[in-house]
Design a protein around this ligand. Structure first.
Ligand SMILES: *Cc1c(COP(=O)(O)O)cnc(C)c1O
Ligand code: SF4
Length: 323
């Protein structure tokens, strides 16, 4: 089980840990009211709390994890299944929207509950045996060449369950690329390390891509740098996707700093996502017009290979949609 203090599930414990230095920032953030009993429960790691403490923009990182009462507001156009996962579900844990590529909802668990989460309202229903279910599905889908482990966060699986899942995929030779989407390098680097033995050997079996989910430069520290360096040496391709979030990273300086810091740690910016319109996230919305301006501006400050693609996910489309 968790070491005591590895994660905070109570907002009050989290605020106590941050200490009185943060009371000004928090009262500024929570002028609309902290939600002490949010429908999407609070969860944040001690590691991320330490990043907040070290950050020169603590309010940006705090916004990502602190529940506010504005999340309760119903806003037209913001719905429970904004990306059309439910119609695309092929079994309880396989989602296939795109040609010859499949996404596995590996687990319902994350290392954090991001307040802007697009799966805030997703009715996770993993059976006890994801590995068997994925294997059965791949048996009848021999055209699938890329399998994406998402979630929840696949790195929250136990090392045994994670290995079972990967082995069940490796037993299907048409699958040549394994991709993992995870926020844990910046939220729970300790959990990533638990899987290191397996992560190290995977590039001998698949082309391996790790897509980290990092939204702000201050989420990256020496621990994430060490993790990424290890993965890179083992042969992983390292990419990052961010969500464009009001009050977190919606300025040219913040985006430029993020892209440069990612690159310093060996990671290339891949996507900058426009927010998925899940219920309870409207206060993070940045308009498409502003998003295009931001990308145009960072393009003048960064080499082309550090400019992420600005996209949105539109339910029913055959790929992410460029904006
Ligand atoms: C986003 C997504 C992918 C991956 O799309 P890329 O554009 O290749 O990053 C695959 N499957 C599903 C269901 C997705 O939502
Ligand atoms: S890590 Fe991703 S899936 Fe998990 S709570 Fe955050 S946004 Fe949602």
């Amino acid at each position: 089980m968790e070491n005591p203090g590895t994660v905070f599930t109570q907002i009050s414990d989290f605020l106590d840990y941050l200490g009185s230095d943060f009371s000004g920032t928090i009262s500024k953030l929570s002028k609309d009211g902290l939600d002490l009993s949010p429908k999407f429960p609070f969860l944040c790691s001690r590691h991320f709390a330490d990043l907040i403490k070290k950050s020169s923009h603590p309010e940006a990182l705090l916004r990502e994890v602190l529940p506010l009462t504005v999340e309760r507001e119903k806003v037209p156009g913001f719905v429970d299944d904004p990306v059309g996962d439910l119609p695309a579900g092929k079994s309880d844990c396989v989602i296939q929207k795109y040609d010859r590529r499949a996404l596995i909802v590996s687990t319902a668990t994350c290392g954090v509950r991001c307040r802007f989460c697009f799966r805030k309202n997703y009715p996770f229903q993993n059976g006890p045996d994801v590995a068997r279910e994925v294997s059965n599905w791949l048996d009848t889908h021999s055209d699938v060449w890329e399998v994406i482990l998402s979630g929840g966060d696949p790195i929250t699986l136990s090392p045994g369950a994670f290995r079972d899942l990967v082995e069940s995929i490796a037993a299907h030779p048409p699958v040549t690329t394994l991709r993992i989407h995870t926020r844990l390098p910046v939220m729970r680097p300790d959990l990533v390390m638990q899987h290191f033995e397996l992560l190290r050997e995977l590039p001998t079996r698949f082309s391996c891509v790790l897509v980290s989910h990092v939204n702000h430069a201050d989420e990256l520290d020496d621990e994430s740098a060490a993790l990424f360096a290890h993965l890179k040496i083992c042969g992983w391709t390292l990419l990052n996707q961010s969500v464009l979030l009001k009050g977190v990273n919606d300025s040219p300086d913040k985006l430029t700093a993020l892209c440069r810091k990612l690159f310093e740690q060996g990671v290339l910016p891949y996507y900058l996502h426009q927010l998925d319109h899940a219920n309870g996230v409207a206060h993070f919305e940045v308009s498409d017009e502003r998003a295009r301006e931001l990308i145009a501006e960072i393009r003048t400050k960064l080499p082309g290979y550090l400019v992420p693609k600005l996209v949105r996910e539109i339910a029913g489309e055959k790929s992410k949609t460029p904006i």
